[in-house]
Design a binder for this molecule. Structure first.
Ligand SMILES: Cc1ncc(COP(=O)(O)O)c(C=O)c1O
Length: 437
């Protein structure tokens, strides 16, 4: 065993050294040639050591690292349960599908029921509802891309069962008002928190106002494990349903590699199965396999320790950029934090007052500053919606004027923790030049 420990220590020490030699080197910023990416992984030797440790253990599937990550994430957010999944899109799928569980009785979401949402954003906030056969009902957003709570009453119908919307680019939507609307009408609330982990509204983390919150851990996001995501909830029944649906739909809750956690594996009666049918192979839902691996979770554990520091860096970068562009208000609508919020900014959204977004994008990209649109713009104008029948398979409430404006006139740049003050100052100079010369 001593030899094993010796080997392990030596491998991990070498991994740390490898990190220092290969990854820790900071390229000096050169205005004439450096790129300013909108996002990227930020890590140190801890992530690589955890990953090496998990690979030496060779458990491969979800195990102790996944359990540690789930516990840590739930503690960070101040909610009861978190479940690790393999992407943010899987988290959204799991959250929405959880609402269809028969265990929820009369409140369950059925095909043809309506889910209020917005069209400005990422497609997989909406895709699970469409895939299930529920009807997304789109209301307009504010100019920051967030759901406008004043439009919710108009969107309500006897078939409304849920609201599912994202906090856009780290800026919280008014989850307090949306929650109150849901409570008044007995609706579920799912917060797509994929771009907002660490943001707070009224002192409380986004993702914890609703029945379920979701996260993405794809590299640009607030923390990364390459591919990964999570669902979180404080509701024990929703956790049970999501655990079942994440893990093939099974009724049993044994961890991978474990048997008989319930203590009655061969002694119960389920449905019309023979008495004592092995609980391991009893399915209470039509599920998926959305699990992530311990290798991913090991990286996530190291990232989670950095999350508070990442959030602070995102805020500092945002404030510096905003301050440097303050007097461009004549050309640009700059991002505004929601009232009583502390966003963990995912990006810096700028809307051009007089159009010409693509020219602005070109001006930035020509100067090696990476830009992004607000994802799918107005999703209802995407080719995938061409296959759906408006009015029956999706509804639009009023006009999506701000959503269209975001699609036509806005773009965003990065403020991620790897962005240096030098890069921010360079962006400020270039953006000013794009308008003032
Ligand atoms: C708001 C939002 N929801 C969901 C997702 C999907 O996450 P993933 O890429 O991990 O599937 C993204 C992706 O960036 C997103 O921005």
């Amino acid at each position: 065993m001593d030899r094993v420990n010796e080997l392990k220590e030596s491998i991990l020490a070498q991994v740390a050294e490898y990190y220092r030699l290969v990854h820790a080197k900071e390229e000096p910023f050169d205005e004439a040639s450096s790129r300013v990416n909108y996002a990227g992984r930020v890590f140190d030797e801890r992530e690589m050591i955890n990953l090496a440790e998990a690979s030496l253990e060779f458990w491969l599937t979800a195990g102790k690292w996944a359990a540690r990550f789930e516990k840590g994430l739930a503690e960070y957010l101040g909610c009861r349960h978190a479940l690790l999944v393999n992407s943010g899109s899987s988290a959204n799928l799991l959250a929405l599908m959880a609402l269809t569980s028969p265990l929820l009785g009369e409140r369950r979401l059925r095909r043809g029921d309506e889910v209020i949402t917005v069209a400005a954003g990422f497609p997989t906030t909406v895709a699970p509802a469409v895939q299930y056969g529920a009807v997304p009902v789109f209301v307009d957003t504010d100019l920051q891309g967030n759901i406008d709570p004043a439009l919710l009453e108009q969107a309500l119908s006897p078939r409304t069962r849920a609201v599912m919307a994202a906090h856009t680019l780290g800026n919280p939507f008014r989850a307090d008002l949306v929650r109150a609307f849901c409570d008044r009408h007995g609706l579920w609330l799912i917060e797509d928190n994929c771009d907002s982990l660490g943001s707070k509204l009224q002192g409380r983390f986004t993702g914890t106002f609703g029945d379920i919150g979701t996260s993405s851990f794809y590299p640009p996001h607030h923390l990364t494990m390459g591919e990964g995501g999570a669902v979180y909830t404080s509701d024990a029944l929703l956790r049970k349903i999501m655990l079942s649906m994440r893990d093939w739909g099974r009724d049993c809750w044994c961890e991978p590699g474990c048997d008989n956690s319930c203590g009655c594996r061969f002694s119960r009666q389920f449905g019309e199965l023979p008495p004592g049918y092995d609980h391991k192979y009893v399915y209470s839902h039509f599920g998926y396999n959305l699990k992530a691996t311990d290798l991913q979770a090991a990286v996530g554990c190291a990232q989670l320790e950095k999350l508070t520091q990442f959030t602070a860096r995102r805020r500092e970068n945002f404030d510096r950029l905003r301050e440097g562009l303050r007097d461009l208000e004549e050309f640009l609508i700059l991002p505004e934090a929601a009232p009583d919020s502390e966003p963990s900014w995912f990006g810096f959204l700028m809307m051009l007052r007089h159009g010409k977004r693509n020219e602005f994008a070109r001006c930035l990209e020509d100067n090696r500053i990476q830009t992004r649109n607000l994802f799918g713009g107005n999703l209802t104008r995407q080719p995938c919606f061409g296959a759906l029948e408006k009015g029956r398979e999706y509804r639009i409430v009023g006009e999506l004027k701000n959503t269209d404006r975001i699609m036509n006139d806005s773009l965003w740049v990065g403020v991620y923790p790897g962005m240096t003050a030098q890069k921010i100052d360079y962006m400020i100079r270039v953006i000013r030049r794009c308008f003032l010369t």
